[in-house]
Ligand binder design. Structure first.
Ligand code: FE2
Ligand code: FE2
Length: 200
C-alpha cells in the first residue's frame, strides 16, 4: 500500500496518495515513511512545490560517458535510451493504454535483441564476466515481462505499474549500461582486444 501511495505522490495524484498514506498510518501509527510522505503531500498542496520528483520525471540523457567503445553496442544503447524516453513520455503524458503497451512490447523486443548481440560480442572476446551479464540480462527480462503482463491484466493500479516500469527502465537500464557494460569496454581496452571492425 505504501509503494502505491508513493507512486501516486510521484505522479502528483496527491489526494489518492494521501488516502493511502492515511490508511498506512491507521494500520501502523508509527509508520515514519508514511508520515514523511503525508507531510510532503500537505506541503505540495500548500505551496505547489513537488519535492523529490526530479529523478523520476527526468528524461534519460545519453552522453559520451556512457560509451562502451564498441560500435554495435554503443549504437544499440543509444537507441535503447531513445526508446526508453519514448516510453517515459507515453507514461508521463498519460497516453492511452494500448499505446503504452505497444511501446513496452517494442522496447522488450529491442532489449532482448540487444542483450543477445551484446552477449555474443562478449563471448567472442572471452569476457570473464559473461555469466554475470547473462544473469543480469535474464533478470531484467523476467521482471520486465512480469510488469508487461501485469499491465495487460491491470491487477495493480495503473499509476503503480507505471511507476515500476519507470523505475525499472531508468534505474536498471542506465545503471547497468553505466557500470556493467562499461566494465566490458574497459576490459577490451586493457586487453587491447578490440577487433578492428568494432572500433569506432
Ligand atoms: Fe547493454
Ligand atoms: Fe549488458
Amino acid at each position: 500500500m505504501f509503494e502505491e501511495a508513493l507512486a501516486n505522490y510521484h505522479l502528483k495524484r496527491v489526494d489518492k496518495a494521501q488516502n493511502l498514506l492515511q490508511k498506512c498510518l491507521h494500520d501502523n501509527p508509527k509508520d515514519a515513511p508514511a508520515q514523511f510522505y503525508l507531510e510532503r503531500c500537505k506541503r505540495y498542496l500548500d505551496s505547489g512545490v513537488h519535492e523529490g520528483s526530479g529523478e523520476i520525471d527526468a528524461n534519460i540523457v545519453w552522453d559520451e560517458s556512457l560509451k562502451v567503445g564498441v560500435k554495435e553496442i554503443d549504437e544499440q544503447h543509444e537507441e535503447l535510451f531513445k526508446y526508453s524516453n519514448v516510453l517515459m513520455n507515453a507514461i508521463k503524458e498519460r497516453r492511452d493504454q494500448n499505446e503504452v503497451e505497444k511501446v513496452v512490447s517494442f522496447l522488450n523486443e529491442y532489449v532482448e535483441n540487444h542483450f543477445r548481440d551484446e552477449e555474443e560480442i562478449m563471448r567472442e572476446h572471452d569476457y570473464p564476466f559473461l555469466s554475470f551479464q547473462k544473469e543480469q540480462h535474464e533478470n531484467f527480462i523476467k521482471y520486465f515481462k512480469k510488469v508487461q503482463s501485469e499491465l495487460k491484466e491491470m491487477k495493480e493500479s495503473r499509476a503503480y505499474l507505471m511507476f515500476r516500469i519507470r523505475l525499472l527502465v531508468v534505474d536498471w537500464l542506465v545503471n547497468h549500461t553505466y557500470k556493467e557494460d562499461r566494465h566490458f569496454g574497459r576490459f577490451l581496452r586493457d586487453k587491447d582486444k578490440v577487433a578492428p571492425e568494432h572500433i569506432i
